[in-house]
Design a protein around this ligand. Sequence first.
Ligand code: ADP
Length: 343
Amino acid sequence: MMINEMFRGKSRSFIVELGLLLVIIIGIFDYLLGPDFSSLIAYFIPIIFVTRFAGRTAGIILSVTSATTWILAEILYNPDYIFFPVHFWNLLEKLGIFLIVVFILQKLAKIEDEKNNLLSMIAHDMKNPALVAKGFSERLIKGKVGSLTKRQEEYARLINHELSRLERLIIDFLDISKFQSRKFKLNSIPFDILSKIKNHIELLRIEAENKNISLHLECPEVSMIQVHADVTQIDRVISNLVGNAINYSSTGGNVTVKLSAQKRAVLVQVHDTGKGISKEHIQHIFKPFYRVTNDHSGSGLGLSIAQSIIEAHGGRLWVESKPGHGTTFSFTLPLSHTGLSKI
Ligand code: ADP
């Protein structure tokens, strides 16, 4: 639980680097104190930790590194070691253990991939009938197949609305699968995230005002903040976070979007004074389909997609919340080489 909280939101590369560092430290102790010092457990803890927080591929990389470090430490401790048959078998046994781990992790990754591919195929096949049915409902609403009674038109609109939701859900689901199998292609270009956020705030201001929520922007005194990223995908992240902040706040609340420049990244924070998210829920909030309550329409896919998008850009997205006081979602994005421009 504690470990989950410590590493929530940390980027994959950070976790892999930490895992590698741990393995090297164990290896150094092994080399200094001799083969009796370490045990399988010492090397297995970093592998379990990295597989849990950075995925199976990272776990495989660390298993190979652990095997190499362990064997190397023993050989360096006693170079004659390798020529004693009993020790030679001992080294082979160690190598074997890690090969089994790599094999199991690879098998698990393959099963996961096959499951994702199957689900994507089903979702993909569902998309076309949903689009066709939506097209027909639009023709009905527009009166292209004769005039409708008020009741018929109302039903046609409801069908159209539900089909649009289904279409959105399918698209989101397909995107999640692509992100999970790392097949999502980013179309990155340099753009000004400051003006992007200003536009979003203007677009969402009416929605916020309808709920009597005030929307603010806090940013450094610069004319632009340039990042190298996929505009459409970053748009999606911003509208999800600001949209959620408005949706999950009660009347009279405040939503503040704050931009600050770090050394090599821009930090974007979306803070609301809403009901907050309890500890019990916060650890699951980025999982696909996870929703705290069903009092608003939604799919529970938005945050999971947002996190995948930010991580695919080399940034990170995390949440802090105080139930009853509000929530802050923060994300970082690497600055492009132009970075900030003064006014
Ligand atoms: P959706 O909003 O479609 O349900 P998300 O993935 O965007 O899906 O959010 C998942 C869940 O996280 C939401 O159902 C909601 O319970 C919770 N949540 C998201 N943002 C906030 C927020 N700003 N304040 C409180 N709860 C939030």
